[in-house]
Design a protein around this ligand. Structure first.
Ligand SMILES: Nc1nc2c(c(=O)[nH]1)N[C@H]1C(S)=C(S)[C@@H](COP(=O)(O)O)O[C@H]1N2
Ligand SMILES: [Mo]
Length: 228
């Protein structure tokens, strides 16, 4: 009898201990799966920056692709940026040659006539630095941008030089995605979206100040000033 009672007590204690043990195991595994969960999330490649110098940026996904023939794919191994026209030394620059110039960062908002806008951190090269290399002739007053999809647009040379206008190779800290103009997009500050040429392959220095690009020749203002 006595032995049996002791045995029952021991059994009760063992079962209490094992219930406790099982609970601890459950709690630990719950914690560790939560930890694994957060490790998985934070290890995802998310390098896009969301603010810069205290300014809140729009996500890259706010840039809507409204291009005339959809996103273009450019093979960077054969890519050349041609700068010609009214210059002393017309030159085909490789991607790396363009990127060997001083890089600048600036937060600028792009406004499309379709009614959306996005405040983005642009990183790029000043057109002035490229123009210095090809030596622009005095007769040039207009810069025409040619894109791989057949899109064109232009800006006055003075606007580009006075405004320190650049071509971007990165947005929000990331290499330009294909749909946003990889490898280079014109950061046409203070101008409407249709001046922001994407997939630029050629830049012509010209004296045709009345040149009208794709949207400009379809009725959109050639000044394209953002008014708000
Ligand atoms: N090559 C090319 N560039 C282009 C266009 C285009 O159709 N082709 N569309 C323009 C217009 S109308 C706008 S609003 C912006 C949009 O740029 P995003 O795709 O980075 O938002 O690209 C501009 N650059
Ligand atoms: Mo646009």
């Amino acid at each position: 009898m006595l032995i049996r009672k002791e045995a029952v007590d021991i059994f009760k204690n063992i079962s209490k201990v094992s219930v406790l043990f099982i609970m601890i195991i459950l709690i630990m595994s719950a914690c560790s799966s939560a930890r694994t969960g957060s490790t998985t999330v934070s290890s995802l490649p998310d390098t896009e920056v969301s603010s810069y110098n205290g300014q809140k940026l729009s996500p890259i996904s706010d840039l809507l692709d409204v291009s005339i023939s959809g996103p273009q794919k450019i093979d960077i191994n054969t890519y050349k940026l041609k700068i010609d026209g009214l210059v002393e030394t017309p030159t085909d620059f490789t991607y790396d040659q363009v990127l060997s110039n001083t890089k600048y960062s600036k937060v600028v908002t792009i406004n499309c006539v379709e009614g959306w806008s996005a405040k983005i951190l642009w990183e790029g090269i000043l057109l002035k630095d490229l123009f210095d290399k090809v030596k622009v002739k005095d007769t040039a007053n207009t810069v025409i941008f040619y894109c791989v999809d057949g899109f064109t647009t232009s800006l006055p040379l003075k606007t580009i030089l006075d405004g320190s206008i650049m071509i971007a190779y990165k947005i929000n800290g990331e290499i330009l995605p294909a749909q946003d103009g990889y490898p280079f997009m014109l950061v046409a500050e203070n101008k409407l979206g249709y001046k922001w040429a994407k997939w630029i392959v050629r830049i012509e220095l010209s004296d045709k100040s009345g040149y009208t690009g794709y949207w400009e020749s379809r009725g959109y203002s050639n000044d394209a000033n953002v008014t708000n």
